[in-house]
Write a protein that binds this ligand. Structure first.
Ligand code: CA
Length: 247
């Protein structure tokens, strides 16, 4: 179901509209069954996914569209995945690339990493593993520091610690994960469903109610520090982008 491009934020006379831009992923895979399965899983996690089934299609898409990440199979008809990657890096793109390789193709992995792939997965792989790699790459972004800065708050995403003006703020691991999801997509609405999908794997069922509890706790700790989490009724939560924060 397509989501509206604009959402109403705020209440009463203070409402205004914000755009909801999903994270865009280019999936390059010529195996149709695999492409369908991966595409479906990523779409359910609310990423916007374009699929290319040949190297030439992938090269054209990467030349003309803006993506947040590419998942690139190495063995492709036409241009090989490696050649697509070479061309991408020759255009000085720092797009995070997760490469897919056949199990026995060690030389592909070595060549792919040499050519500038950020990570690789060997087929066959589990979808949760793929999604975990995707999240890690999106967090890492284009090799910038592993911290998210929001106003006076900074999240050290490697150490899983939060600081306000340099002083540590105590958040539980789950509160941290929820806050991280919100700040990674600052300026965009994050649905509870998206959060549930991303926090799945904590070892127990995480439902929408649990998300509400975590958001409530984070608010109690962070609102006095100037970090506001807005509720966008029927859609999810939103943290505004702060000055200087990049998209
Ligand atoms: Ca292939």
């Amino acid at each position: 179901m397509p989501r509206p491009a604009l959402a109403e934020v705020g209440e009463g006379g203070n409402s205004y509209r914000v755009s909801i831009e999903p994270v865009r992923i280019l999936l390059v895979e010529d195996d149709k069954l695999l492409a369908d399965a991966v595409g479906r899983a990523l779409t359910q996690s609310t990423y916007a996914v374009d699929v290319a089934t040949t190297g030439d299609e992938a090269d054209a898409a990467l030349s003309h569209q803006v993506y947040d990440l590419a998942i690139l199979d190495i063995g492709l008809p036409g241009l090989s995945g490696l050649e697509v990657l070479h061309r991408l890096r020759n255009r000085r793109s720092q797009l995070p690339v997760l490469m897919l390789t056949a199990m026995d193709a060690l030389s592909d992995r070595v060549q792919g990493l040499d050519a500038g792939a950020d990570d690789y997965l060997t087929k066959p792989f589990d979808l949760p593993e793929l999604e975990a790699r995707v999240r890690a790459l999106l967090r890492r972004g284009t090799g910038a520091s592993p911290s998210l800065v929001h106003g006076q708050l900074s999240l050290d995403t490697s150490a899983r610690r939060v600081y306000f003006e340099g002083q540590a703020v105590e958040l539980s691991a789950r509160e941290f994960a929820v806050l991280e999801l919100l700040l990674m997509r600052a300026g965009r609405v994050v649905s509870k469903e998206h959060m549930v999908n991303h926090l799945y794997g904590w070892g127990d069922e995480v439902g929408a109610n649990a998300i509400e509890v975590y958001v409530h706790r984070i608010r109690k700790k962070l609102e006095p520090l100037g970090c506001e989490i807005r509720t966008v009724r029927g859609m999810g939560y939103l943290v505004e982008r702060t000055v200087g924060e990049s998209a």
